[in-house]
Design a protein around this ligand. Sequence first.
Ligand SMILES: CCCCC/C=C/C(=O)SCCNC(=O)CCNC(=O)[C@H](O)C(C)(C)COP(=O)(O)OP(=O)(O)OC[C@H]1O[C@@H](n2cnc3c(N)ncnc32)[C@H](O)[C@@H]1OP(=O)(O)O
Ligand SMILES: NC(=O)C1=CN([C@@H]2O[C@H](COP(=O)(O)OP(=O)(O)OC[C@H]3O[C@@H](n4cnc5c(N)ncnc54)[C@H](OP(=O)(O)O)[C@@H]3O)[C@@H](O)[C@H]2O)C=CC1
Length: 272
Amino acid sequence: MNEFAMYASDLLDGRKALVTGGGTGIGKAIATGLSMAGADVVIAARRAEVLDETAAEITAMSGRPVTTDLVDIRDLDTVTALAQRQGDIDILINNAGGQFPQKARDFSPNGWRTVIDLNLNGTWNMVQAFGNIMLDAGGGSICNIVATVGRGIPGIAHSASARAGVVELSKTLAYEWGPKVRINCVAPGQFRTDAYDNTYEEGVGDGFVEQPLPHVGHVSDIANAAVFLVSPTARFITGETLYVDGGLTVQGPMSALPPGGFPERNEPSPHR
Ligand SMILES: CCCCC/C=C/C(=O)SCCNC(=O)CCNC(=O)[C@H](O)C(C)(C)COP(=O)(O)OP(=O)(O)OC[C@H]1O[C@@H](n2cnc3c(N)ncnc32)[C@H](O)[C@@H]1OP(=O)(O)O
Ligand SMILES: NC(=O)C1=CN([C@@H]2O[C@H](COP(=O)(O)OP(=O)(O)OC[C@H]3O[C@@H](n4cnc5c(N)ncnc54)[C@H](OP(=O)(O)O)[C@@H]3O)[C@@H](O)[C@H]2O)C=CC1
């Protein structure tokens, strides 16, 4: 079974989709899912070689051409230039993002600012640049990839705050832009992409064995959720966040630090 071919191959025929961070990991999976469902896909990020290699791989699977383009979502000038080149899109997937794990008490001012700038301001740069074009052109659909916000994410307080901001932004724009543009979020649980494995220490996220679906997700699980949300199948859904996390958020918050990462939690509580 091809896990990226869960939908009809003409579901998104005639639609153009842009995926930020589409060269690797989850973004690559989403771009693959969109291409398999018939969309004309553009993948955009900072590294041209990675994008070109991925575009060729997707085309080999779907048989459809995939275009590449460059953007740094933190740099408004490059976002504006991308919107001028690729503005005729119907679907925008804001997947580019990331953070470093660190206890909040140790964040430097620049560390905090960097993660907020990437995940909240960067996403906003893309949403406003492309959303305005969609509004003028008559419509479109946006999907923001966030994280399992709602119960806290110990070890990445900066990113949790930024992603919660994106969720609230999406709900607000769902109303403001409602008649024309749908905007939803997908919240991934733990997905063992190369970036994940390079960033997090052994044991981080191992709480998945306690979650209702006790295994690690496959990137196609995110792709299939995102394709659903931007497709006509979800035409009456906007302002929603779809958690694709094996039920993790039913169980409790996910920690980005390894087991024992918060030894102070074993000290007697001073609260009376
Ligand atoms: C169970 C876990 C749940 C987690 C759910 C999410 C999972 C995932 O997202 S998986 C993908 C994981 N991979 C990533 O997210 C990697 C992406 N991260 C990055 O690309 C970078 O870390 C960055 C973009 C967030 C920052 O890179 P850059 O812009 O190059 O930043 P600088 O090196 O210039 O540093 C700016 C500022 O931030 C401080 N800093 C950077 N890295 C760390 C670190 N590892 N630990 C502590 N602080 C860090 C850096 O020191 C700078 O601050 P100042 O020193 O005060 O200037
Ligand atoms: N894997 C997981 O378990 C989870 C992941 N997420 C989020 O899902 C998204 C994808 O994660 P994943 O695939 O694992 O990680 P990756 O690091 O593989 O994906 C991030 C992508 O974004 C691009 N990117 C990063 N910064 C910028 C920028 N400033 N401008 C443009 N593109 C940028 C990168 O390409 P390039 O360097 O070429 O620019 C890269 O392709 C991220 O937002 C991540 O935080 C959320 C929860 C869990």
